[in-house]
Design a protein around this ligand. Structure first.
Ligand SMILES: [Ca+2]
Ligand SMILES: [Ca+2]
Ligand SMILES: [Ca+2]
Ligand SMILES: [Ca+2]
Length: 391
């Protein structure tokens, strides 16, 4: 390969060329390590090779001026070995080629020799994506992230800010340092006393409180909803606290439990609301056993079949085989919970309706009052699936 330069070439031609080369190399760099080539020579008699006019040899590689460094990958180069057991690694070399040499051109050149088994670029591997949240690092408190292999998933996708998980629960700590960044805001209805978006809910900017019938789904009693929210949708890669499985996914807090009594109110209308507001996924970390309701099933069907919402629900926290609702309704993903070693937790309800299991023991997440804490149960397994569904 002769290098030619033309110093008289005008810049306007060079610049686009440089840009296209740069872009090409960028895309190459994603799949291959630049400057590295691996070569395997055919396993053949060394003496016969030397006689062949079209055989590649180490001497040839050293002499051609294009290779910076040659590294043998086997235990002992077949150029020197005699009477030793053959290995798959025999005859494999790693070549570090000089900076101004094109990998593809040099590979074509190498492939022109008779004794080449293959010559190819060195495959690049991408690291698992580990966000910078302190407790999401390996060995830190969010062990469940590794247990469900979500670092692998984040290599592929980190979710979209246009994807929303409706968290129908006890509300959320809306200004929690590690939640506020992923809080979905209904910008169509700012807080000004009127129902600007005409959806029947005045100033539903942050979500809705179906228990107290007001526009603030702020957690004012239990911290349950704040914990559930953090698992699925905590602000991620923000150098703070924990990572939410949904990464960039937004959450819409919808409160159905009253502050004092903790009785739920309008829980199924809340599902209609979440579906109508455009939630892609709905998380239901609550329920009760053995009370099938056709009304509830109809609402589930509306959200799942008419509004295309993925509905995820906790399977229950008792060591029983029973139907727990809403988890056991049709068109709901029912989530049981497992220990850190993937065995069923003895408090995880089971039935034929269980669809998936997720970690639910000692799960570290957000807590009311800008805090964090560990807790467990199927309530904490369900939002893992909801977060994963959002990705
Ligand atoms: Ca409204
Ligand atoms: Ca308004
Ligand atoms: Ca409220
Ligand atoms: Ca975080």
């Amino acid at each position: 390969m002769e290098k030619t330069t033309n110093n008289n070439q005008p810049m306007k031609y060079i610049l686009p060329l440089l840009l296209s080369v740069f872009i090409f190399q960028q895309s190459l760099a994603q799949d291959y390590v630049p400057g590295l080539i691996v070569v395997k020579l055919k396993d053949e008699d060394q003496s016969r090779r030397k006689e062949s006019s079209n055989a590649l040899s180490l001497e040839l590689l050293e002499k051609d001026g294009k290779v910076e460094k040659i590294q043998y990958l086997g235990k002992k180069s077949s150029f020197f070995k005699r009477n030793e057991q053959k290995s798959r690694l025999d005859n494999i070399y790693k070549l570090e080629i000089k900076e101004d040499i094109s990998e593809l051109d040099y590979i074509n050149y190498l492939n022109s020799f008779e004794n080449i088994e293959y010559a190819e670029q060195y495959p690049n591997v991408k690291p698992l994506y580990v966000p910078n949240d302190p407790e999401a690092q390996f060995g830190k408190k969010q062990f469940h992230l590794a247990q469900i292999n979500v670092y692998d998933a984040w290599n592929v996708t980190k979710g979209g800010e246009d994807i929303v998980i409706g968290i129908i629960d006890t509300g959320a700590d809306l200004d929690h340092e590690d939640l506020v960044g992923n809080l979905y805001l209904n910008v169509e209805d700012p807080i000004d006393g009127s129902d600007n978006d005409n959806d029947g809910f005045v100033d539903n900017y942050y979500g809705w409180d179906f228990a107290d019938n007001d526009n603030s789904p702020e957690a004012d009693g239990s911290t349950h909803g704040t914990g559930v929210t953090g698992i699925a949708a905590a602000a991620t890669d923000n150098n703070t606290g924990i990572a939410g499985i949904g990464f960039n996914t937004k959450f819409m807090p919808i409160k159905i439990f009253q502050t004092e009594s903790n009785f739920s109110r309008n829980s199924y209308e809340a599902i209609i609301y979440a579906a109508d507001q455009g939630c892609d996924v709905i998380n239901l970390s609550w329920g009760s056993s053995g009370r099938y309701s056709q009304f509830a099933q109809d609402i589930i069907n509306y959200a799942a079949l008419e509004k295309d919402v993925v509905i995820v629900a906790a399977a229950g926290n008792t060591d029983d085989e029973l139907d727990f609702y809403p988890a056991s309704y049709d068109n709901v993903l029912s989530i049981g919970f497992v220990n850190p070693d993937d065995t069923r937790n003895s408090n995880s309800t089971y039935s034929d309706f269980i669809d998936l299991v997720a970690p639910g023991s000692g799960i570290y997440t957000t807590e009311n009052g800008d805090a964090y804490a560990s807790d467990g149960g199927s309530s904490y397994a369900a939002p893992m699936v909801a977060g994963a569904a959002a990705l």
